[in-house]
Design a protein around this ligand. Sequence first.
Ligand SMILES: [Fe+2]
Ligand SMILES: [Fe+2]
Length: 229
Amino acid sequence: MDSTTVVARLEISPGMEETMLRKIEQLRPAESIELACERDLRALLGRLQESHGAYFDSWQLEIGPPVWRMRITRRDPQVARTIADFLGKDHQRLRDTWAAGRYAAADCNLKEVRKAFSEFVVGLTLHMRMEEEVLFPAIEQRTGMRDSGPTAAMRAEHTRFKEILGRLTRALEEESCEAISRMLQSEPTTPEDLFNSHDLREERVLYPMADRLITSDEKLRLIAAMQRL
Ligand SMILES: [Fe+2]
Ligand SMILES: [Fe+2]
């Protein structure tokens, strides 16, 4: 499961940014805070990046309107800021979120099913955008390989994932456990098997390759850009 501890879940209103920034700064390594707001929280994230650079990881859990939710985690400063660390953590978080949705579906806990799978759809959609819009172009620029090679293979698999997310979103709109179970059972290949195999190849081949090709300063810039998507 996720190795970070969520120490607070807070609903914030406009004007509370200063208080929130202080609370976030007080987090200890591996501690997280979840914020919910009636407006986009990325402006707050921008301020955090300006003052603290790479000290925090952030993951969007819900994209409004009406509500935006984001988890912010203080990183362990001893762990080097790498592509493998940043995106590998997101893989783990998404695996945990998917598993939570599966367990809730087995128990027919519709509220939890909707929460977990909605977070998964938001999270995986953003994860693929981080790779396709920021990481892959940076790799391709350095290798000269765009239409073949590892990034092309990963892009092709993303197309398949987007189709699965479309079917999952439609099933969630039916608001019944049966619709979700039916969707999961009718998939030609178990979705988690597809996701896991893809993640493994990125973690073993693509991310280490990116970490070798990209300088430390450029990595910080790319990670900040991925967080702002
Ligand atoms: Fe990917
Ligand atoms: Fe990935």
